[in-house]
Design a protein around this ligand. Structure first.
Ligand SMILES: Cc1ncc(COP(=O)(O)O)c(C=O)c1O
Length: 448
């Protein structure tokens, strides 16, 4: 048996999971020191080329980059057998949610481009995730994990008759996506939610068969209580069906399908893309996009990376704070080696850079209120290497961006889903984006 064409390694300490490890989700050394341990799928580049297929399902189109596909191939599965497995899981998702995964639209919005005063040579492009499974991009992270578990069972490395429970902490899109995808795969799921979670979402989670556990904030407790309860359940043996890379590094790989779609679309744009503005909560979305675009460049499918900018709310911006702490260690125009060294330092001393936000934050953009940016390291590095910046936007700007997003495109994004546009408005007004620049935003979540 030849080794798989990718490995799962900790970006913090270098630990590599065994190829037949069914749970290569979290670094076993995480929590034992101050290093930022995140398991990351590392492609064996010699054995890989960027897929050019036309399949509608991104998990089929980009399967040549997926660790689950590499494991299946190494275990002797034919391509047809892997495709059948993915297609059958996707049929089950469609059975639960009405439709399965499909490449999402990416288009230049004339209305948004004009509203921002960009010339015909420049403009605003929108990647619309609101029609994806369960109404957001979150299902991508979890479908990747589900496919991995299914391959492990079919390869005989996991016993389908003796499944552990899945668990997640979320009160919104991630929880809904997890409930849909877990149900499609026939897995039991527990969702830890804050005490004030939206009753409509809690009801829907119950309808989807998830066990919902409300988690009040205990006096004096630091950090998100739902996340703390999740950690306890994981310590008891549940599997992390989360969209946070530090808990489940494979969740990032599933999210990369969004970035691969972007890379494919950008490569076809004469002139490419200058800026990508991404709203950040736990950081998995931005981390997935950074990794996917970087892989596309390395594999020769894309000429250059756009500048990656991030958006958080004035209510909580732990990523911007961490970025500032790394930035001061660097010269004004840092080269790749200076960035590499600064990031190595930050990775080895996580608590000096990323700290949970002190107060319970509030914002109209409820999906990006995480106390902590769990996937901060990859995102800070992505901004530093591309010359992007972390933006902190006001409530007024989030609301203005949402009104503009809906009226200009007709897409019913919610304020979290259109928060990237708030960042773009800020960049444009500060003069950081010129008339001929080409910028993209991700409309990630639908109004509920
Ligand atoms: C609609 C939407 N967009 C963006 C995000 C941010 O994603 P991440 O937490 O991976 O940074 C979230 C997170 O919940 C979300 O629900």
């Amino acid at each position: 048996m030849s080794p798989p064409a990718s490995t799962i390694r900790c970006a913090g300490c270098g630990y590599a999971a065994e190829p037949d490890d069914p749970y290569p989700f979290r670094c076993p050394r995480a929590g034992t020191d101050d290093t930022d341990h995140v398991m990351t799928r590392v492609l064996g580049l010699a054995a890989t080329s960027f897929p050019r297929g036309g399949e509608e399902n991104p998990f089929l189109r980009y399967r040549a980059l997926m660790h689950s596909c590499h494991v299946a191939t190494a275990r002797g599965f034919s391509d047809a057998r892997y495709r059948r497995l993915v297609a059958s899981l996707d049929d089950s998702v469609a059975g639960v949610d009405g439709h399965g995964f499909a490449v999402t639209p990416f288009f230049r919005s004339r209305e948004l481009s004009e509203a921002l005063g960009l010339s015909p040579a420049g403009g605003v492009w929108v990647k619309d995730e609101t029609g994806s499974v369960s109404g957001s991009h979150k299902g991508r992270h979890l479908m990747g994990v589900l496919i991995h578990l299914a391959v492990m069972e079919e390869a005989g490395l996991l016993d389908s008759g003796d499944r552990r429970d899945l668990a997640i902490a979320s009160c919104g899109n991630a929880a809904l996506a997890a409930a849909v995808v877990a149900r499609a795969g026939g897995w039991r799921l527990t969702v830890f939610v804050p005490a004030d979670a939206d009753p409509a979402i809690v009801g829907r989670l119950g309808d989807l068969g998830a066990e919902v556990v409300a988690c009040p904030r205990e006096p004096g407790e630091r950090g998100d209580p739902a996340y703390l309860r999740l950690r306890e359940r994981l310590a008891g043996g549940a599997l992390p069906f989360t969209t946070q890379g530090n808990e489940n590094g494979l969740a990032i790989e599933g999210g990369e399908t969004l970035g691969y779609e972007l890379a494919t679309a950008i490569a076809a744009l004469p002139g490419g893309l200058d800026h990508l503005i991404i709203q950040v909560g736990g950081g998995a979305l931005a981390s997935s996009c950074v990794q996917a675009l970087r892989e596309a460049v390395t594999l020769g499918a894309l000429d250059r990376l756009p500048r990656i900018h991030t958006v958080q709310t004035s209510g909580a911006h732990p990523l911007e704070r961490a970025y500032g702490r790394v930035r001061v260690m660097l010269p004004p125009e840092p080269g790749p080696e200076a960035v590499r060294q600064a990031m190595a330092e930050a990775t080895a001393h996580r608590s000096a850079f990323m700290q949970p936000w002190e107060e319970a934050p509030h914002s109209v953009a409820t999906g990006i209120l995480d106390d902590e940016t769990y996937d901060w390291r990859a995102v800070v590095e992505g901004m530093l290497t591309t010359g992007g910046r972390p933006l902190v936007v006001s409530e007024e700007l989030l609301l203005e961006a949402n009104r503009l997003a809906v009226s200009a495109t007709g897409i019913r994004a919610d304020p979290t889903g259109s928060a990237g546009l708030a960042g773009l408005l800020e960049l444009r007004r500060s003069g950081a984006i010129g008339d001929t620049d080409r910028a993209a935003v991700l409309f990630t979540g639908i109004q509920r």
